[in-house]
Design a protein around this ligand. Structure first.
Ligand SMILES: [Ca+2]
Length: 462
């Protein structure tokens, strides 16, 4: 756009000097001005990417076929991966609310406060509105303590349009809000994936202004217990009820992606699919959970990773992540660089033209060079809340690392833990005693992140 403007302005000045006929001069001036107005009006949609974030709940690292699942059939997400980049060291957080506050603000939950995210936090949606974006959120919010606290609900946190549920569905029911108003409730958990998809499609087709770029954040309630699939998918997969839900989500995501194509939005839309935390795969929780059909499988698969939701082991934090942006993000690429939801806000800043908030510590970094393939390196480190840190291939957990109750491994010795994730992705062999220097180095790094409110982390300085 800037180039076009410069060319037109240059042409304008030349025209003024060389044209002697006044009426011709006026006509040309008018034409040029109209061209400039047209270019200005259409430029944002043509230049700034739309962003579609598809965020599932409690879906494990190993749930998709393209991440190694032998049971679940996920052709649409597999296709998305073949059209974009599949990340294998992507980190969200270990539970729902903290994961959402981190994604929205670019700040670890120690700063963005998870379920209790204060109104003073700045989200990427707020920043994107400031640079001409339309902003919408469909689905699970979960950062206003599951309550209708207006100043902490989506409309007040940057999203012009909202439809969804403020909390989770542990009791087998949800209440909806449309913007700040109550909008009904349901106990039919098998209807939610289709409902949110329909709302997202309706937003793309009917609610947005086609002349402006958009960000659409679709946060599904599935696969969070109490899970269910619609009649069309229930009992159909090889993976029990959980597999049915995964396959329905895959199908519905395909419908949403098809809508991008139908509206000619594929080329200029950055699509990100990921999950908020690992699967609820611990016996302690699942054995006593009521509300599922008898005998059904209702938890996901962490693949080769240790433990799941609520744990600082990889199964809690490391999630599938697929990014597609035709012609910009390399297609068919698998990338093991460290990338995280906290990086979304600074990366979107680069891509859409806003400035990252400067009055607070931002933990995320701009990962545009990684996404676009200009570099294969990502974050140098990733911090696990109250638990430890990963630096390169090394991961450290402190003796009193924080676990949510259901994720506690009763036989875990409360000692320093050090793992080489490159050779031991399942965190089976504790190398701490053999590498005291590495333990000391990582412990210091961990402490520097925790005390970083006024400082920039090593990654943020790049
Ligand atoms: Ca969750």
């Amino acid at each position: 756009m800037r180039v076009y403007m410069k060319r037109q302005i240059k042409f304008l000045s030349v025209t003024r000097i060389t044209t002697s006929e006044p009426s011709l001069n006026r006509v040309m001036m008018l034409r040029i001005l109209l061209t400039l107005i047209f270019l200005t009006a259409t430029a944002p949609a043509a230049e700034k990417p739309n962003i579609l974030i598809i965020f599932t709940d409690d879906q494990g690292y190993g749930d998709l076929n393209c991440y190694g699942s032998a049971q679940n059939k996920t052709p649409r997400l597999d296709q998305l991966a073949s059209e974009g980049t599949l990340f294998t060291s992507f980190y969200s957080q270990t539970v729902c609310g903290p994961s959402r506050s981190a994604l929205l603000t670019g700040r670890h939950p120690i700063r963005s406060k998870g379920w209790g995210m204060p109104a003073s936090e700045i989200t990427f949606a707020e920043k994107m509105r400031g640079v001409g974006y339309q902003t919408a959120c469909i689905g699970k919010w979960d950062v206003s303590n599951r309550k209708p606290i207006i100043e902490r609900m989506p409309n007040a946190q940057g999203f012009e349009y909202y439809f969804g549920t403020l909390g989770a569905n542990d009791g087998g029911g949800v209440t909806f809000h449309e913007n700040n108003e109550k909008a009904g409730s349901t106990r039919d958990m098998g209807s939610l994936t289709t409902l949110y998809t329909n709302k997202a499609i309706d937003y793309l087709e009917n609610r947005r202004d086609p002349k402006k770029p958009f960000v659409l954040y679709v946060a599904h309630t599935m696969m969070h217990t109490i899970i269910d699939a619609s009649e069309r998918f229930r009992g159909k997969s090889e993976g029990g009820l959980y597999g049915d839900v995964v396959e329905e989500f895959d199908y519905e995501t395909g419908r949403l992606l098809d809508t991008l194509d139908q509206l000619d939005l594929r080329a200029n839309t950055l699509v990100i699919y990921t999950s908020d935390n690992g699967p609820w795969n611990q016996d302690k929780y699942t054995k006593k959970k009521k509300g599922h059909p008898a005998g059904s499988v209702f938890w996901g698969d962490a693949g080769p990773l240790r433990n799941g939701k609520g744990s600082p082991y990889e199964g809690g934090y490391r999630l599938p992540c697929i990014v597609r942006w035709p012609g910009r993000v390399p297609a068919g690429r698998t990338c093991d660089a460290i990338f995280a939801t906290i990086d979304f806000l600074p990366t979107f800043a680069h891509l859409t033209g806003y400035t990252v908030p400067e009055d607070r510590h931002i933990d995320g970094i701009d990962q545009t060079p990684l996404l676009t393939g200009r570099q294969e390196a990502g974050r140098e480190q990733f911090y696990f809340q109250g638990a430890g840190i990963r630096v390169g291939k090394w991961k450290y957990l402190k003796p009193n690392a924080f676990f949510y109750g259901y994720a506690v491994e009763d036989d875990r010795q409360k000692v320093d833990e050090l793992y080489n994730l490159e050779s031991d992705i399942g965190e089976t062999t504790n190398l701490a005693l053999r590498n005291p220097k590495k333990v000391k180095e990582l412990k210091e790094r961990m402490i520097s992140v925790e005390g970083a409110d006024q400082l920039r982390s090593a990654d943020s300085k790049r």
